[in-house]
Write a protein of this length. Structure first.
Length: 278
């Protein structure tokens, strides 16, 4: 199997690509990023896919600055919607299977139980809206597709909540973290493993949730980070109203993952064990 990955230099891509290369069923991994494949350029997308003819495209490239998207919807739409649409149309025409990475932020958080892949979406933010529109583009233009929703992603190759908490605590900062937003922390390695399992098994095309098992608040996540890292942090909980940000987040975005990924605490322990200090 030949696989082309967009956003290969991103936080997920840097874990996913070498893991794909280590599998028995993948013969070649074509790593692309903005310098080799501008997904917003329809002509270039068509050219690259026709020249490489992968069996699968895993679309990791995305605009992920949730709050900035509130002021820069144009850029978020260009990358998340137009870019995804260009890939989906090309994959559909060339009979290529497409995997697109999406988010729990397509939900409004009003549900009281875990979100299922078939549940209605209602994004609260521009970021969530563009990711939902990206999902719809893939469903519309590429019959052979997997929409993979994940949540609260962290990894060794990018800015993330775990590193922010550790760095702030070591600087002696007093930390107030929201305790009324509930979700599933997900390690990039766990997500990559889930994507690989999906491609190896090739179940029915459609929407899947690949995220950490269990649930917690951002405050609970921070508390567990400091506990496992052995850091005595000045940490206290607060409400969403006490910590205003531009983009509205769902209060409850826990997704049913059918046990695809490990418990989030176990994954965090593995992440911290592999962490390299600057």
């Amino acid at each position: 199997m030949k696989i082309l990955v967009t956003g290969a230099n991103g936080m997920l891509g840097q874990d996913l690509c070498p893991m794909l290369e280590d599998t028995d069923f993948v013969d070649e991994v074509i790593e692309t990023d903005v310098d080799t494949l501008d997904i917003t350029n329809e002509i270039q997308v068509n050219k690259v896919l026709k020249e490489t003819m992968p069996d699968v495209v895993i679309h990791c490239a995305a605009y992920t600055n949730v709050d900035k998207a509130e002021d820069d919807l144009e850029t978020a739409e260009k990358i998340n919607v137009t870019g995804t649409e260009n890939l989906a149309i090309a994959c559909g025409k060339l009979d290529i299977t497409m995997v697109v990475i999406s988010t729990d932020y397509v939900f409004d958080g009003n549900k009281k139980s875990k979100y299922m892949p078939i549940d209605a979406t209602n994004p609260l933010s521009n970021y969530g809206l563009t990711k939902w529109q990206a999902e719809e583009a893939v469903r519309t233009y590429c019959k052979k597709h997997y929409v993979v929703r994940t949540s609260w992603l962290y990894g060794h190759h990018g800015k993330n909540f775990v590193e922010t908490m550790i760095n702030c605590a070591r600087q002696g900062k007093e930390l107030k973290v929201v305790n009324d937003q509930i979700g599933c922390p997900t390690w990039t390695v766990s997500l990559a493993e889930g994507i690989i399992d999906l491609l190896e098994e090739m179940p029915e095309y459609g929407t899947y949730h690949i995220c950490g098992s269990g649930e917690t608040s951002w405050y609970g996540f921070a508390k567990e980070i400091f506990k496992q890292a052995g850091i005595d942090a000045k940490l206290s909980p607060c409400t969403t109203e006490e910590y205003p940000v531009k983009a509205k987040r769902p209060k409850y975005s826990v997704m049913e993952n059918e046990g695809i990924c490990d418990d989030w605490k176990k994954s965090l322990k593995e992440y911290l064990a592999l962490r390299i200090e600057d």
